[in-house]
Design a binder for this molecule. Structure first.
Ligand code: MEV
Length: 421
């Protein structure tokens, strides 16, 4: 086992017992005992009761660590909250292959979110749109009055865009307020600004403001990751070709693209949840972005480099924050952010998009070679063994037997358990 405190390449991590894994993470991220204890404890009911209404308790999802990630030259251990077998192993394996050619390289735009303000019932809609543009300075100033702290940190409302749309109920204006939200996800700041602008917008246009809300199609806040996957490690150039054949179906067919993108979101959501971010917002943005050219397609792109290695790229909206929101309240999310060692929302966005690419590469690699079931089966078999009533050492015995027989079925597991007992 590599015992470099800051290397995320920890071979055999999965073979360690849970308490040993925790020790490794503790050392890597300088966690204290309180923080390591939090990793395996439930959310305090008092906190849950303040987070949502009518709270009863908390619903647990397993939390694990993906290893091997190198992103822009820095090593990360990535906390992932997921109920799905194989996701963490797959991400770790992809990250290991990506490391050979230097790991993931990323880019991010500024953290610009869009707030929408809908205005209706104007006689001269083109004139109203022009008046809005001419009052841009005043509009931005009033928006920025709402969040002086954000402005102090270099963020705030930066621009407006005015769109005229036609609909079944007639024409309307939609103003886009473009806000730099810095290290926040931004929904609160943006929504507050949009609501505060209502009287001013009505006065300028003579119309009626109706809906005011952030857009989850955060296409001004884009994160991109790129990695080169070594052809030899993949099994040769013919495997790269097989990969590209599989990928190209996702590029042209929405039925495949939906599943392909789901595989990307397997990784992304797991990290988004672990850091207390809004996975519905990320999902909505991702799928809307995948359809931005009129046809739903793959969020990732793959091709060969001049040496025959596979190059993967992933690009999508990434509205994540490291301040505010549930991530600031949920104690486990705070520990996860400490494990990542992130300093900015941009850094988190870059890790998220790299994990998405790793997850996608793993799925398509498996699908174009051995198929997806093989990797799923050993943990799935353990779940079946537990469902059959196996306990302690019985779990591995039953699971191994049903895998060996290729009959990963509950009735067979029950029979084997009876025989063992
Ligand atoms: C399963 O959760 C995800 C996959 O279906 C993704 C894919 O098909 O690319 C394996």
């Amino acid at each position: 086992m590599v015992d470099n405190k800051k290397s995320s390449q920890i071979s055999g991590f999965y073979k360690l017992p849970v308490n040993e894994r925790v020790k490794v993470i503790k050392k890597f991220a300088n966690l204290d005992d309180n923080e390591t204890n939090l990793l395996s404890s439930c959310l305090d009911i008092g906190i849950a009761d303040r987070m949502i209404e009518n709270a009863l308790g908390s619903f647990e999802i397993p939390l694990g660590i993906a290893v091997n990630f190198k992103i822009n030259g820095k090593d990360y251990l990535v906390p992932m909250a997921t109920e799905e077998t194989s996701v963490i192993a797959a991400a770790s394996n992809s990250a290991k292959i990506a490391r050979i050619k230097g790991g993931f390289k990323t880019e991010c735009t500024e953290p610009l979110m869009i707030g929408q303000i809908q205005i209706l019932h104007m006689d001269d809609i083109a004139g109203a749109a022009q008046k809005l543009m001419s009052k841009k300075k005043e509009i931005l100033a009033l928006a920025n009055e709402q969040d002086k702290i954000l402005v102090k940190f270099g963020g705030g409302a930066k621009d407006i865009e005015v769109r005229i749309l036609d609909s079944e109920i007639g024409k309307m204006i939609v103003v886009h307020l473009v806000v730099d939200v810095r290290d926040a996800m931004g929904a609160n700041a943006v929504n507050t600004m949009c609501e505060a602008l209502t009287p001013m917008m009505e006065e300028i246009t003579g119309g009626k403001v109706r809906l005011r809300i952030i857009s989850n199609l955060a296409d001004k806040r884009i994160a991109k990751a790129k990695a080169v996957f070594d052809k030899e490690k993949m099994g040769g150039e013919h495997v790269v070709d097989a990969f590209l054949e599989s990928y190209n179906l996702a590029a042209v067919d929405p039925y495949r693209a939906a599943t392909h993108n789901k595989g990307i979101m397997n990784g992304i959501d797991a990290l988004i949840i672990a850091t207390g971010n809004d996975f519905r917002a990320i999902e909505a943005g991702a799928h809307a972005y995948a359809a931005r050219n009129g046809q739903y397609t793959s969020l990732s792109r793959y091709y060969k480099d001049k040496n025959g290695n596979l190059v993967g790229e992933l690009e999508l909206p990434m509205a994540v924050g490291i301040i505010g929101g549930a991530g600031n309240i949920h104690p486990k999310a705070k520990v996860c952010k400490k494990i990542l060692g992130i300093k900015t929302a941009k850094e988190l966005a870059e890790i998220v998009v790299s994990v998405g690419l790793a997850q996608n590469f793993a799925a398509v690699f498996a699908l174009s070679t051995v198929g997806i079931q093989k990797g799923h089966m050993s943990l799935h078999a353990k779940n079946i063994a537990v469902m059959a009533g196996a306990k302690g050492e019985e779990i591995d015995k039953v699971a191994n037997q049903i895998v060996k027989e290729g009959k990963i079925k509950l009735d067979r597991a029950e029979k084997i358990l009876k025989e063992i007992r």
